[in-house]
Write a protein that binds this ligand. Structure first.
Ligand code: NAD
Ligand code: GLY
Length: 352
């Protein structure tokens, strides 16, 4: 039997992340225990709603909430300005106040959209994360980055807005398609790559349960976010592999999922780091072994010029420079600010 794990995140108003089996049934109880009451708006996508919305709704009703739901089509295309406005209008039509609560039931798409909607509704309604993908569990549900996509690119409008609590029910992974589990593993591997060599060994040896894997990732993320909630310094380590990943997602018109793109981005930057003499080969060997194990891609299907052009639009550009996370060894990395010429050289080395 696995025991529920609990991690505290001291960002915004401190909150807890609970990870374990059967937790969706406790949504209402948890919310009530934190003093939340009134109306609940469950935001979910069509796939997840069909599987889990009844469970969450029943739990919230049992705890005395008046429950509403808003279901969006699944997929990145739903992280849109149209859906944001539709949610806000729906909440207003149903007389939600800022003391009411938005519940994000789903993966990162639902979490990012719902969180942003909560952050701007009446300048801030309560918000709860109920992640149902591994990617959302280890990354997007924790740390308070919320966003929608604009025509020009991903996550270009958003807010830092922390949830009141996060409940990760690992039973929901029973219905998660294998490729979505793999996409989540890309973000798991990311944590090992940038700061935790021992974790890479654990992942290679395959001798731990999913709750422990998620808890280790959330512990790392909590520490990073506590040190740099607003992404001015240390939090940039969480973007390991993401500069090229965002270019791959954009160039594929978002048909390459985020996790797969991160897998490619990590391989590209690690190859570049080795070519620059900054990283030991061992890091790339472990990375490729793990990406193969979880059936993740590591070859970039795009050329230097197109990848470079898209990275110039990345929102992490500041004063003509972009900060890259450069691996230096197994579970070690540094931040490096690059101008555009250096960036192009690094991409060229990584794509060789
Ligand atoms: P997703 O939300 O699109 O979910 C992937 C697919 O799995 C969807 O089709 C969904 O319907 C389905 N699904 C979800 N849970 C399921 C379940 N339990 N059973 C069956 N099907 C299920 O994708 P994702 O990978 O969870 O999230 C990707 C998004 O997260 C991207 O938009 C990315 O930008 C964002 N993200 C945000 C942060 C952050 O810090 N805010 C971090 C990483 C990624
Ligand atoms: N996923 C990157 C971050 O939360 O900063």
């Amino acid at each position: 039997m696995t025991v529920t794990k609990r991690i505290e995140v001291n960002a915004g108003k401190p909150y807890s992340v609970k990870i374990g089996k059967g937790l969706l049934d406790k949504t209402g109880e948890e919310a009530k225990a934190l003093g939340l009451d009134g109306k609940a708006l469950i935001i979910s996508d069509d796939n997840v709603a069909a599987l889990y919305i009844e469970k969450v709704s029943a739990s919230l009703k049992e705890a005395g909430f008046e429950v509403f739901s808003f279901v969006i089509p699944h997929g990145e295309g739903s992280k849109s300005a149209e859906n944001l406005i539709a949610i806000l209008e729906f909440a207003a039509e149903n007389s939600f106040s800022r003391t009411d609560t938005f519940f994000a039931l789903g993966g990162g798409v639902v979490g990012d959209l719902c969180g942003f909607a909560a952050s701007v509704y009446m300048r801030g309604a309560n918000f709860v994360q109920l992640p149902t993908t591994l990617l959302a569990a280890v990354d997007s549900s924790v740390g308070g980055k919320t966003a929608i996509d604009l025509q020009a690119g991903k996550n270009l409008a958003g807010a830092f807005y922390q949830p009141k609590f996060v409940l990760c029910d690992t039973d929901t992974f029973d219905t998660l398609p294998d490729e979505e589990f793999s996409n989540g593993m890309a973000e798991v591997i990311k944590y090992g790559m940038f700061c935790d060599g021992e974790f890479l060994d654990i992942l290679t040896e395959n001798n731990t349960d999913i709750e422990s894997i998620i808890a280790r990732c959330v512990q790392i993320k909590a520490k990073v976010v506590e040190a740099d909630e607003f992404d001015k310094g240390e939090r940039m380590f969480l973007n390991f592999g993401h500069t090229v990943a965002h270019a791959v997602e954009n160039l594929s018109s978002y048909t390459t999922p985020h996790g797969s793109a991160v897998a490619i981005g990590m391989a590209v930057i690690t190859k570049a780091a080795i070519a620059m003499g900054k990283c030991e080969n061992e890091a790339l060997e472990i990375l490729i072994e793990l990406l193969k194990k979880y059936k993740l891609p590591f070859e970039c299907p795009y050329g230097v010029d197109e990848v470079f052009e898209v990275t110039l639009k990345d929102k992490k550009n500041a004063h003509g420079k972009i900060t890259l996370v450069i691996p230096t060894g197994k579970g070690e990395s540094v931040l490096q600010k690059c101008d555009y010429n250096e960036l192009k050289e690094i991409i060229t080395l990584g794509l060789k």
